[in-house]
Design a protein. Structure first.
Length: 309
């Protein structure tokens, strides 16, 4: 039969007297060396040499801990940077929106300042009105303003801006009014060439920035750049207000009239505020008398004398 032998586990301290003596000797030697080093410091060089030898082992043992600390710092830094970036992006968006509002307010302030400066040059009473709607029909240039008959607005009233004549009130309701712009094809305004005093008619062309002068003869003294002002004739518009500037003058030898166009003085396509004008005295409404035509009758020939036989 096989005999099973049990293996004894190694003991930390041997039970033999020699092993105990070696242990006690090492402990005593360690205590003596510590006391000697503490009192005289004679083992500093040995400490330095042993530290140099042991440093790579210490550094290698410290690598996992250093990696964990580095990774934690990086993760915390990344999270903090992401949160800070998001907060800064939100602040930039809010600041951009506020800047846009400030830019719009600054532009509106500049427009209102220009309107106020224009009112100082206009005799009579002036009131600022704001556009609230516009007709989308390209052949009907109509806008609606936020002032009506309750504010004293009346049909036929002149509407201006800081640059010139905008149009005329076509319909006045209690709370709002409808204004027909001078660029409407159905509108015509009597103007004077400021340089020469030539009177003519400016007609809307369905273009917000252009007027037509269809009754200028080829031999008329008119040049590109001439200022057109309202004549005041007919009582529709007050005299002396800018209407437009001549931008094109072409003579047509085969036609009795030249091709003349002018750009509108008023900003009809961008402005949001207009000026309602009350003249110091009501403008007289003048209508030309119609010519009476008498029918032409054929005259009878006088009867000739009869010849005596």
């Amino acid at each position: 039969m096989a005999v099973i032998r049990r293996r004894r586990s190694p003991q930390l301290f041997s039970s033999k007297p020699a092993g105990a003596l070696r242990t006690l000797f090492c402990i005593a030697l360690s205590i003596l060396l510590m006391v000697y080093d503490h009192q005289s410091g004679g083992l500093r060089r040995m400490h330095a040499a042993l530290s140099t030898v042991v440093y790579p082992v210490q550094a290698l043992v410290n690598v996992p801990h250093a990696l964990l600390v580095w990774a934690g710092d990086k993760i915390q830094t990344h999270v903090a940077l992401v949160e800070e970036n998001s907060a800064l992006r939100n602040r930039v968006q809010i600041a951009d929106a506020q800047l846009q509002q400030l830019a719009a307010l600054e532009q509106e302030n500049a427009r209102l300042r220009s309107l106020l400066q224009a009112t100082a040059r206009v005799p009579g009473r002036i009131s600022v009105a704001e556009l609230i709607a516009a007709d989308l029909d390209p052949f009907r240039h109509l806008v609606v303003i936020d002032k009506g008959s309750g504010d004293g607005v009346y049909t036929g009233q002149t509407v201006l801006d800081e640059n010139g004549i905008v149009g005329q009130v076509a319909r006045a309701e209690p709370l709002d009014s409808e204004v027909t712009l001078i660029s409407d094809p159905s509108q015509a305004i009597q103007v004077v060439v400021n340089r020469t005093g030539l009177r003519t008619l400016a007609v809307g062309t369905a273009d917000l920035e252009q007027l037509s002068l269809p009754y200028i003869t080829n031999d008329s003294d008119i040049k590109v750049g001439d200022l057109l002002v309202s004549s005041g004739l007919g009582g529709r518009y007050p005299a002396g207000y800018p209407v437009g500037t001549v931008t094109k003058f072409e003579r047509t030898p085969t036609e009795p009239f030249a091709t003349v166009t002018a750009s509108t003085a008023a900003d009809l396509s961008h402005g949001r505020e207009v000026l309602l004008y009350w003249p110091p005295a009501p403008l007289p409404e003048i209508t030309l008398p119609k010519k009476e035509t008498t029918p032409v009758t054929a005259s009878k020939k006088p009867a000739g004398r009869k010849k005596k036989p």
